[in-house]
Design a protein around this ligand. Structure first.
Ligand SMILES: Cc1ncc(COP(=O)(O)O)c(C=O)c1O
Length: 306
């Protein structure tokens, strides 16, 4: 992992991480269409702060610590991978964390909420309308009525600083390639990938939500400017955020059986289903090499078992 000079606590934490290797996917479908597909295994970075979570949080946390903040506040749903990673970082680095949760407190806490609570995150439940309003606050000091020691992270950690951490996953890729692909929730990971992608490559995002045209604006707002050819495919949301179908679940199971790689159905499962389907429909020229990012989030799978 490459690191510009970051706070020593974060540096030490990052040094405990595992590498994120590239795994080539062998599948008769890929061979038949002459496409090489590789997964960048950010899911292996850390059991909890996995995937794009660390990439997006790293420089925001650094900024928070460098500005003398000791309290991190952010928002998410009852299964949020982002809050899960944030609460764990808070516990590990002895920082206060506060999670603002969408909707009423469930009578039985989800596995994610239970972890947040056990790791000392203060939880505040708010209505869906209030939650939507919080999406207007983007910068660390934006949140109204926040205290001087508090640092605000927008939903999903989708801040401008997230792009700098995401760029590191791109620069770690040490083989040539034609296309980079990632799932999209807020679009911050995709913006970071587009920003760091080498010229002559293209980038395809897969929306995890329905009616997610807003993702294009989110990416444009975060992205300084880019000559990279990028697009967000809107066809593989499977009915909406956190919605699945038997077809998707069966794809994920077959993928795990043949590759040994676990996908979760909210993000990476939808992206890979989409890539396989597009490959099957001859969307890509034979001879292309695609690198898809495994953005982790496997803790969220517990929500499906609950
Ligand atoms: C596992 C996983 N993959 C992908 C995403 C989407 O990332 P972004 O919100 O940066 O688009 C998320 C949400 O943050 C996620 O938890």
């Amino acid at each position: 992992m490459t690191s510009a000079s970051i706070n020593p606590l974060l540096n030490a934490l990052e040094k405990s991480f595992s590498p994120s290797p590239l795994s080539q996917i062998n599948d008769p479908l890929l061979q038949a269409h002459g496409i090489e597909l590789w997964l960048k295994r950010d899911d292996l970075l850390h059991p909890i702060i996995s995937g794009n979570k660390w990439r997006k949080l790293k420089y925001s946390l650094d900024n928070a610590l460098k500005s003398g903040k000791d309290s991190l506040i952010s928002m998410g749903g009852a299964h949020s991978n982002h809050l899960h990673a944030l609460a764990y970082v808070g516990k590990t680095l002895n920082l206060n964390t506060h999670g603002i949760i969408r909707g009423e407190q469930p009578s039985t806490l989800t596995a994610t909420l239970k972890d947040l609570q056990d790791w000392g995150m203060q939880l505040t439940y708010i209505s869906r309308t209030e939650y939507r309003n919080l999406r207007h606050y983007h910068d660390p000091e934006d949140l109204p009525d926040s205290k001087p020691n508090e640092y605000w992270l927008p939903e999903g950690g989708a801040s401008a600083l997230a792009l700098k951490g995401v760029a590191e996953l791109v620069t770690e890729i040490d083989i040539p390639y034609d296309i980079l692909s990632a799932p999209c929730g807020t679009g911050a990971t995709l913006a970071g990938i587009i920003n760091a992608a080498p010229k002559n490559t293209s980038v395809i995002g897969f929306a995890a939500l329905k009616n997610a045209q807003f993702l294009n604006d989110n990416v444009r707002n975060l992205l300084p400017s880019s000559n990279i050819n990028w697009q967000i495919n809107q066809e593989y949301h499977f009915g909406g955020f956190a919605k699945t179908t038997p077809e998707l679940m069966s794809f994920i199971k077959k993928f795990a059986d043949s590759t040994g790689i676990i996908l979760e159905p909210l993000y990476t499962g939808k992206m890979l289903f989409g890539l396989y389907d597009l490959i099957n429909k001859n969307t890509f020229k034979p001879g292309l090499r695609i690198i898809a990012i495994h953005t982790g989030g496997l803790q969220g799978l517990r929500g499906f078992n609950e």
